[in-house]
Design a protein. Structure first.
Length: 424
């Protein structure tokens, strides 16, 4: 019997020829990623109590993104602590360059076949590059930093296949909202989810990152995509090394826990009603939803491809009166590229306020948190009650296309009629 991609990566990390779902093994960690919120301020006290240092400083990557730009006294103190720790411990440090899940791969830290842990729940993003990457809490991360190892129960795999071609104006975010509706928030059962099919293979790397990122919303531990030439080319472009990824795929005869098939060609723009990504349906089914804020932000929804999608809608248009249009590019590198190509200018001309390259209000940080009774349409991954601000606020999740279209109309809107090809 064949084996899954998850089994192959975990077996290598465990120094085994093979592993079986349900086994508990100790795996060697190739890389550990931490950020300013759950990183130094949480793990250093544990390391000091244990009287140990880092297993390998060059295999630990620290990224500041949650408290950036340090607008509060607390945020400024935490950022200073983070910077001092980076100097003292000598780890690779990306300070204020953007959100960790975007900065980590764009700085060439990931490659296919790696076994990686991250101190954040959206760490499955690394699975887009054929790495087994998952999130852990601060206490467990301290153990990883001290030993370079972690135990893991070998997961079964849930295969999600998308065949066909996505229609114009429909994105990976729509695919994920549809998946959340079918499988539910616990559908992943803390297993490995793997995305496959012709529609997945046709996606850009940043769109694949959206799929892997939101494996967390399915309740999965990891969100894998088998590496291919698209992966390798992207990694080479950012100065990374794809290595030898031949055979890093799930064998045709591998045992799966579940298989779910979707038709990409029939997918419509989706919107998830408050307060769960699983409350998704086509935008047309949502009815009349007036909005106060349109937010293009987060690791899920403000990468270069997301900014470009929003600009396709907003170019030559304005946000509706009374609608606050906020854009928080996921990384400085993506923001700089968008600026050079006129994308950022189109967003600003439409009335967008450009926010720092940080997690921002997606994670409940910063000065733009949602106020009482505010209705927001957002390109973020989660719309849990109170996550982005006041408990009385309401957040609808959608793609950057849909967020932009909604900003223009002042209500939740299908973006397809606003795309350039449809403009008369």
């Amino acid at each position: 019997m064949g084996t899954t991609l998850a089994q192959k990566i975990i077996a290598r990390a465990a120094g085994r020829k093979s592993v079986t779902p349900g086994e508990i093994v100790t795996a060697t960690v190739d890389l550990a990623m931490i950020h300013d919120s759950g990183g130094p301020r949480r793990v250093e006290p544990v390391l000091q109590e244990l009287g140990v240092g880092l297993f390998d400083a060059q295999k630990v990557v620290l990224i500041s993104d949650h408290f950036v730009p340090g607008e509060t006294d607390e945020g400024a103190r935490i950022l200073e602590l983070t910077r001092q720790w980076a100097k003292r411990r000598g780890v690779p440090f990306h300070d204020g360059e953007g959100i960790c899940h975007v900065v980590l791969p764009e700085r060439g830290h990931l490659k296919p076949g790696m076994f990686v842990v991250g101190g954040d729940s959206h760490s499955p993003t690394g699975g887009a590059f054929g790495a087994y990457m998952f999130g852990v809490g601060a206490t467990e991360m301290a153990g990883v930093l001290a030993t370079g190892e972690i135990w893991i129960k070998v997961p079964e795999t849930i295969m999600i296949e998308w065949e066909g071609q996505l229609p114009r104006g429909v994105t990976a975010k729509d695919m994920m909202l549809k998946s959340c509706t079918r499988l539910g928030m616990d559908g992943g059962q803390y297993q490995a989810v793997e995305y496959a099919g012709s529609a997945v293979r046709a996606l850009s790397m940043q769109e694949r990152m959206t799929l892997s990122n939101m494996a967390a919303e399915l309740g999965a531990q990891a969100g894998l995509i088998a590496p291919d030439e698209t992966t390798a080319e992207w990694l080479r472009d950012v100065g990374g090394d794809p290595g030898d990824y031949a055979g890093l795929c799930t064998d045709p005869d591998a045992a799966l826990l579940e298989r779910h098939a979707f038709d990409a060609s029939s997918l419509e723009p989706q919107a998830a009603a408050p307060h769960s990504p699983a409350n998704s349906a086509s935008v047309g089914e949502a009815g009349e939803v007036r909005i106060d804020v349109a937010y293009v932000g987060a690791c899920t929804g403000a990468k270069y491809v997301d900014l470009k999608a929003a600009a396709e809608i907003l170019k030559g248009r304005k946000a509706a009166p009374g609608v606050e249009l906020l854009v928080a590019p996921a990384s400085k590198r993506d923001q700089d590229r968008a600026a050079a190509e006129g994308i950022l200018g189109a967003l600003e001309e439409a009335g967008a306020k450009i926010l720092p390259n940080a997690c921002g209000i997606c994670a409940g940080y910063g000065t733009h948190r949602l106020g009482e009774d505010v209705t927001c349409v957002s390109s973020t991954a989660r719309n849990f009650k109170g996550r982005m601000g006041a408990a009385s606020s309401k957040v609808w999740l959608a793609s950057p296309y849909t967020v932009a279209a909604s900003a223009v109309t002042g209500r939740l809107a299908d973006p397809r009629d606003m795309l350039p090809e449809a403009v008369s």
